[in-house]
Design a protein around this ligand. Structure first.
Ligand SMILES: C[S@@+](CC[C@H](N)C(=O)[O-])C[C@H]1O[C@@H](n2cnc3c(N)ncnc32)[C@H](O)[C@@H]1O
Length: 351
């Protein structure tokens, strides 16, 4: 849903002027349906099914969720024998990647509870134990720090620490995907959380999922492109992302846009590849994802965009290419790494 507190934080993402809000259906603080218009440039931004849609037509987008989910449905429709094996065999006999795709297919059929249970069990098997531990460590670190239990680190983080001016302000999460970080934050913090993504499909899925796990009341859902956000200057005191930066293609002035809207701290959970790892470096460059996957390059970009940045909670982890599906060999899970490597997981704390 979209919570009312957001209205004062928003402006037109296209021309940056004030917006006019016509709320058509609301339940208390929760806006379910509204028409939002920019009187200056005429752009319209609907709130439908509780999701505020602030996408502008000018940026090109390569929506992975749209492709994977609709591609999967299409493929299964065309191959009923594979669909039958994917959905009806004993999950214990399926490869880890196929269990993951079965969870996706169950979600598309609306069976969110079964999908969540299967994904919780299959998801960690797609990665090495060290990798899962390094990821978990970043999420835990960030939750503790935002809850004010981060010791010296939290004190250093200033506004985000317990009792500081940011303590009751919303946490805005970028490129939230399937809400991995959002779910952790919502379970650990009393603060309002905003999940965002440019994919409406993943946000609609998140609504259903968050309802299922009882967190929907606490989380606002906004569709926008991180490169052109609908937020006023300095309106965000805590901005977060988990592996979001590296997923944003053609980031352009992304970090300057995030600098504009953030008055407090931006926590970007990131992973870096060793620059000497040629095989993965070539693949990263081919995908055009090199801006945020190498430590020196990423830090330089932050500094050139007006941020002071610190690298904390560094955890190294062996990473392997995600396993291939047996039933759906043309569907991959993660594009990277393409060969075994050691990743440096960390949290970037930018102010
Ligand atoms: C795989 S998720 C990252 C993990 C996620 N943050 C989590 O906590 O589970 C990456 C997401 O970035 C989104 N994305 C990519 N480019 C974007 C952009 N320019 N603006 C907003 N979202 C974007 C994709 O749609 C995808 O859902």
């Amino acid at each position: 849903m979209m919570h009312r507190y957001l209205l004062e934080m928003l402006q037109c993402p296209a021309c940056r002027n004030d917006l006019r809000f016509t709320i058509e259906e609301a339940h208390g603080d929760h806006i379910e349906r509204a028409d939002i218009r920019c009187p200056d440039c005429g752009a319209q931004y609907p709130v439908r099914e509780g999701i505020g849609v602030f996408l502008t037509p000018d940026l090109t987008r390569h929506d992975l969720w749209e492709q994977v989910e609709s591609g999967l449905s299409r493929y299964l429709r065309a191959h009923p024998d594979i669909e039958d094996r994917l959905l009806n065999s004993d999950p214990g006999t399926l490869a880890a990647a196929d269990r993951f795709f079965r969870a996706m297919a169950l979600e598309e059929r609306g069976d969110y509870a079964a999908a969540a249970a299967l994904e919780a069990q299959a998801g960690p098997r797609l990665y090495t134990e060290e990798y899962n531990a390094a990821v978990d460590s970043q999420m835990k670190y960030l939750c503790d720090r935002l809850a004010g239990h981060g010791g010296a680190a939290a004190a250093h983080g200033g506004p985000a620490g317990h009792g500081g001016p940011a303590a009751d302000r919303p946490v805005v999460d970028l490129a939230s995907g399937r809400c991995g970080l959002v779910e952790r934050l919502a379970r650990h913090l009393d603060r309002p959380i905003v999940a965002s993504d440019f994919s409406l499909r993943v946000l609609r899925r998140n609504r259903r999922y968050l309802e299922l796990v009882g967190l929907y009341d606490r989380v606002s859902l906004l569709a926008f492109d991180a490169r052109r956000t609908p937020f006023r200057d300095g309106s965000i005191s805590t901005l977060t992302t988990f592996a979001g930066l590296a997923n944003i293609e053609h980031p352009g002035d992304l970090l300057r846009e995030l600098r504009r809207i953030t008055s407090g701290t931006f926590y970007a959970i990131s992973c870096f590849y060793p620059p000497e790892d040629r095989v993965n470096r070539d693949a990263i460059e081919t995908h055009g994802l090199d801006a945020f996957l190498f430590r020196d390059k990423a830090l330089d970009l932050f500094e050139r965009s007006g941020w002071r940045v610190e690298v904390v909670n560094v955890r190294r982890a062996r990473a392997l290419p995600t396993p291939r599906s047996v039933l759906l060999p043309e569907f991959g899970i993660d594009a990277l790494p393409v060969a075994e490597t050691t990743l440096e997981w960390c949290t970037l704390v930018a102010t």
